[in-house]
Design a protein around this ligand. Structure first.
Ligand code: SF4
Length: 878
């Protein structure tokens, strides 16, 4: 945990609050406890970090809203009525009884902090050439004046001779898929300390706003939701590009056109007229419409992304930029992870976390979510594309480019060539996958003398990506005989700008500290396998990313259905913070115990022991026994059954075997069978059909004998997270085996090694284990060997990954207090007790509300009897 913004009070004095009047009905006891705990955590002073877990369906979102926003208002009321004490110290007349947290806020102007005037930084030495704005002689080039738009303005290095000088000071710098330097000069405005609520998906944010609307805060709190351009863009020409990348790129291109148009006016009136046609986005040209947008949004209270898009369309102004403009005056900002947790995105949006509350929802995998955001990858084909575009550009403009531009572009070419060489150089045909630290990578390629920091700064300031890509697109379109716009639509990930962006993201990753991550080198395979060679930076250090948030924010709250194991969460996110300093709240589910039936199923109907470990799961007899089991289950379970497999490949293997053996036909006599599609675009249609089938079967089952539907799904697929299987959609969830991730996954092994290192450094007391050392550079050993070498932290992490996936999947079925569902954990390993192994039993990692009800069935008859009783009881009860 980093140093908090202000020294914490010697003895935190939380201000207890038991009443939360904004809650729209009488809260259940666990909801009241949740709200009181969160309120007290916020009151405990600056630098607070609290973890709150509450199972899905317990009214967690409403509880967050009614406690955090109440705290914000209470704090303001207190600050407004607190006596002023100039100088900020404990002046004469200060009330000794005033809580410390209130005193900490009082030095600030009530509700407001003046935002610093933010000017867009000008390139330090970027200047126009005197006169025409382009170097002498350009006009004589054989390609004619038409290429002038692709010529870079002259660029001089900042007091140093280009990028080929010593390794610059490395600073932590996140990668971002979009560098947004497009914001206009901002007017001086006031910033209010606020609550930032962030979640992973668009639908989770919409759900939050929906819950907010149920409370009185919807009209009292100034709320703004931030979405992506893909969700908010209303420029039809841009929107029809389809992918988020292309929409971002096109919007940024439009903004850049807008900025360069003034120069063009000065240099050439004819060109100015041409440029005006592409000057900026028409949805941003009218400032009064933006004002109207802000005014209407303010009047309407809490709005979600769809509402904002609707208002933007109605008024005819961009809701993406309109909502961004409202952040500074908002009390509550609702935004996706990427916008808040990526440093570059925060800076681009101008988010000021100082004195604000940050609430991170769905935090069950926060460490991995954080590190994944900072990963970067570039493939060999992207490198080839960049190289050919740079070569073409240099060929065309070499003689007319200024020395600075020429040197930096040549440096980019050198780097790209080096990266490509390491990927295709696999003469010995040995292991194609290796990992190394950043320094080892730079030394091995002999590029450690290149100043990556300066190079990235050049890329950011010079507009080189757009110039080189624009020229490449022009040449390609001439050769292909199509217009540039169509060409861009055809290529998305492979578009010139995307390839350049991948290179820039990868270069930025190289600016991280040596221990922050690893470079994965996946070389071309000689045997001609289809996988493409690539370089990937894998971020390992989640602590560093979160610390940038906790350092600025007044308090950070992590919320999730389950945040267990807390020790792993602490180790990965804030290892230097003593366990006692983390405030932790957990509660049971609000559903009564008799509404769930978790069973560890060890044997099938013919008595065969279920073992779905990697070596046994594909045996024909195991798949046959599983088929017999499911044929029985579908007769006793009503409505919907969701069955989770460990991978798409295994699901297909089982489905094919069952089809051949006639098992699917037998199942279809009782339930229609659906399969999770691999393509995300098809998921909604399959789920709708699954739901409709269950609903129609519940009306007609007497006639047809079919009592519902069976959905074959995949752990970690499209359905295991974020989709509700409430009520009849999921009366039974079946987990086949233990879904351990593949131990041959290079990134996983690197993460495990990293966790081993930090756990040996930060474990306390008796838990402190003798740390093991791993080679920094290694041909990756088979994952099992690494796992065997692990002490505690690494292996725990590996097991936790598996059980978190199980918990996410089975937790889909219970979504509200009147819901009920059975949960079948099919594998004899679920029946192992802690004492039978040197490490913990898988079921030790189940949420407490499930673990407390878990029974272990030694034969199928017992499973059938328990299910029959369970559904009979719950049907009668309702
Ligand atoms: S300014 Fe707004 S409407 Fe225009 S392209 Fe960008 S996101 Fe779309």
């Amino acid at each position: 945990m980093p140093t908090p913004p202000m020294p914490p009070p010697p003895t935190p004095t939380p201000t207890p609050r038991k009443e939360f009047p904004a809650f729209p009905f009488a809260p259940y006891p666990i909801q009241a406890e949740f709200m009181s705990f969160l309120y007290a955590a916020l009151s405990s002073g600056p630098g607070a970090l609290a973890l709150l877990e509450s199972p899905t369906g317990t009214g967690k979102t409403l509880s967050i809203i009614c406690s955090a926003l109440q705290w914000l208002l209470d704090r303001r009321d207190a600050a407004a009525t607190a006596p002023a004490h100039p100088g900020g110290g404990a002046g004469p007349g200060e009330d000794d009884d005033e809580p410390d947290w209130m005193r900490d806020f009082t030095p600030l102007p009530p509700e407001k902090e003046v935002a610093k005037k933010k000017k867009k930084a000008k390139p330090p030495a970027m200047r126009k050439t005197a006169g025409s704005g382009k170097p002498d002689g350009f006009g004589e080039q054989s390609a004619g004046d038409d290429d002038g738009e692709f010529l870079l303005e002259e660029f001089e290095s900042d007091g140093e001779d280009g990028a080929m000088r010593g390794v610059g000071k490395r600073t932590h710098c996140g990668s971002s898929s979009s560098s947004e330097g497009e914001s206009d000069e901002e007017e001086e405005e006031e910033v209010t300390p606020k609550v930032y609520f962030t979640s992973r998906t668009h639908s989770q944010l919409s759900q939050f706003v929906g819950e907010l609307k149920r409370t009185e805060f919807a009209g009292r709190i100034r709320t703004v939701a931030l979405g992506s351009r893909k969700n908010l863009c209303i420029n039809k020409d841009v929107l029809k590009l389809g992918s988020a990348n292309r929409i971002n790129e096109r919007c940024l291109e439009l903004q850049k056109n807008k900025k360069t148009s003034k120069t063009k006016v000065e240099e050439d009136k004819r060109k100015a007229r041409q440029a005006k046609n592409s000057c900026g986005c028409p949805m941003l040209r009218n400032r009064s419409l933006q004002k109207e947008f802000r005014s209407e949004v303010s009047d309407q209270g809490a709005l979600d992304i769809e509402d904002l898009a609707h208002i933007g369309k109605k008024i005819g102004t961009c809701p993406y930029y309109g909502s961004r403009d409202m952040v500074r005056s908002a009390d509550l900002v609702v935004l996706p992870y990427q916008s808040l947790l990526l440093k570059s995105a925060r800076e681009s949006l101008g988010l000021n976390l100082k004195n604000s509350i940050v609430i991170i929802d769905e935090a069950h995998n926060l460490a991995d979510s954080l590190t994944n955001m900072y990963n970067s990858k570039i493939t060999s084909s992207q490198l080839k594309a960049v190289l050919s575009h740079l070569d073409a550009y240099l060929n065309r403009f070499h003689d007319v480019l200024g020395a600075g531009n020429r040197r930096y572009i040549q440096t980019l070419t050198v780097l790209t060539r080096s990266f490509l060489r390491v990927l295709i150089n696999n003469q010995d045909g040995a292991s194609t996958m290796s990992s190394m630290t950043i320094n080892q990578f730079l030394f091995s390629l002999d590029i450690d003398n290149i100043n990556i920091v300066k190079l990235c700064q050049y890329v950011k300031e010079s507009n080189v990506i757009h110039k080189v890509s624009g020229y490449a697109n022009k040449i390609t379109s001439i050769q292909a005989g199509v217009n540039q716009f169509d060409l861009q639509q055809e290529h998305d990930e492979g578009s010139s700008i995307s390839c350049f962006q991948a290179l820039v993201d990868f270069l930025r990753s190289l600016m991280n500290s040596n221990d922050d991550g690893r470079i994965i080198v996946a070389k071309q395979k000689l045997s001609g396998q289809p996988e493409e060679a690539y370089l990937k930076f894998v971020m390992l250090c989640a602590e560093k990313i979160l610390s940038e948030v906790t350092r600025d924010a007044y308090a950070v709250i992590l919320v999730g259905g389950t945040l267990q194991p807390i020790e792993e969460t602490r180790l990965r996110l804030c290892p230097s913070l003593p366990p006692a300093d983390i405030k932790f709240f957990t509660c049971n589910h609000i559903v009564p115990p008799e509404s769930i039936l978790p069973i560890a199923v060890t044997r099938g109907p013919s008595g065969m022991t279920f073992d779905f470990s990697y070596n046994s799961r594909s045996s024909p007899s195991m798949i046959e026994e599983l088929g017999r089991f499911i044929c029985n289950i579908v007769t006793v379970v009503p409505e919907g059954v969701v069955m989770f497999f460990s991978s798409y490949d295994y699901e297909r293997h089982v489905y094919d075997a069952w089809t051949t053996a006639g098992t699917i036909s037998k199942i279809c006599k009782k339930k229609h069978v659906f399969r999770e599609p691999r393509n995300s675009a098809d998921v909604e249609a399959v789920l709708n059909k699954y739901k409709e089938t269950i609903q129609s079967c519940s009306k007609n089952s007497q006639d047809t004998g079919i009592n519902g539907a069976l959905l074959l799904a995949v752990v970690g697929g499209k359905i295991s997270e974020g989709i509700n299987f409430s009520d009849g959609m999921g009366r039974c969830v079946i987990m086949i085996g233990l879904p351990y991730p593949s131990p041959s996954d290079v990134e996983l092994i690197e993460t495990i090694k990293h966790i081993e290192t930090i756990s040996s450094s930060f474990l306390v007391g008796d838990d402190k284990a003798s740390g093991r050392k791993y080679d920094d550079e290694c041909e990756l050993q088979p994952g099992y060997n690494i796992l065997r070498k692990c002490t505690k932290g690494g292996r725990e992490y590996y097991e936790n990954l598996c059980m978190k996936a199980v918990n996410q999947s089975i937790g889909r079925a219970i979504r509200h207090i009147n819901d009920y569902a059975a949960m079948l954990l099919v594998d004899s390993r679920y029946a192992q007790t802690s004492s039978s192994k040197s490490y913990s039993s898988p079921t030790d990692k189940l949420p407490q509300w499930i673990k407390a009800r878990l029974s272990c069935a030694q034969n199928y008859g017992e499973v059938h009897r328990l299910l029959h009783q369970f559904f009979k009881f719950n049907k009668q009860k309702r």
